[in-house]
Design a binder for this molecule. Sequence first.
Ligand code: HH2
Length: 285
Amino acid sequence: MSSGGLVLHGRDWLQGRPFLLMGIVNVTPDSFSDGGRFLDPSAAVAHGLSLAAEGADLLDLGAESSRPGSDPVPEEEELRRLLPVVRGLRQALPEVPLSVDTTKAAVAEAALDAGADMVNDISAGTFDPAMIPLCARRGVPLVLMHMRGRPKTMQEAPRYTDAVAEVREELEARTRAAEAAGLGPGTLVLDPGIGFGKRPADNLALLRDLPALASLGYPLLVGASRKSLVGALTGAPVDGRLPGSLAFHVAALLGGARIFRVHDVAAHRQALLCAAALLPFRAAP
Ligand code: HH2
């Protein structure tokens, strides 16, 4: 159902693989699960290296937390945190694609200049109108993630009549905008945005009905890793949410998701390799 691939370094990384693992490197003082642990550039680079050693196919580098209630980070500060880590990981891991998790086109452009390969924009290009044209001009893949509102206030009163239909419609509109700018198969990935301006029931509806989003024709990325949805259902604290994260990601794989943004790479690799063996018509990795 999903098509389009993910072309990086001249080849489609989804070709012949049931899934890709995107390891999370948060260079932030305040991320919800690992804030402050990797703020030092050498700690962040070391963390990226260990995620790659665990089997991460790509790394997602972010220097601005988007947890509910978080404040935006000024561009200069985001660049100051991010660029040494992009440069360090580019040098240490020339083969591993690096994604930059930012909503600012200037930050994305500087990261691409420093060696990043793709952009992950939680605002789907809505916060900065220069983001989609930048990715089109540079010919780099862009993740369009769905969010209602902004991180600071998005969880205050999220409201949907039909979350799946509304998220699909809003992602489709962003997809059309990206296509109009020249992005398309190989350079677009869609993401329902688990926890971004959504109630637990909305997140569950989206995870349950991923085929409705996969039918938009682009690979789906899902990120439920350690998120509050797992806490809401189980009461588990942030550092005890790996089992619930695995469960959601296995279900998402079976529902058609292809890329998983995760903190715990080795555990996801094992769980998803086993789940992927149950999928029909997909080549073993
Ligand atoms: N979730 C987070 C950040 N970026 N990008 C995509 N495409 N999809 C997601 O679900 C997603 C994302 C939030 O997680 P994390 O980076 O761990 O925390 P924080 O935003 O607090 O840094």
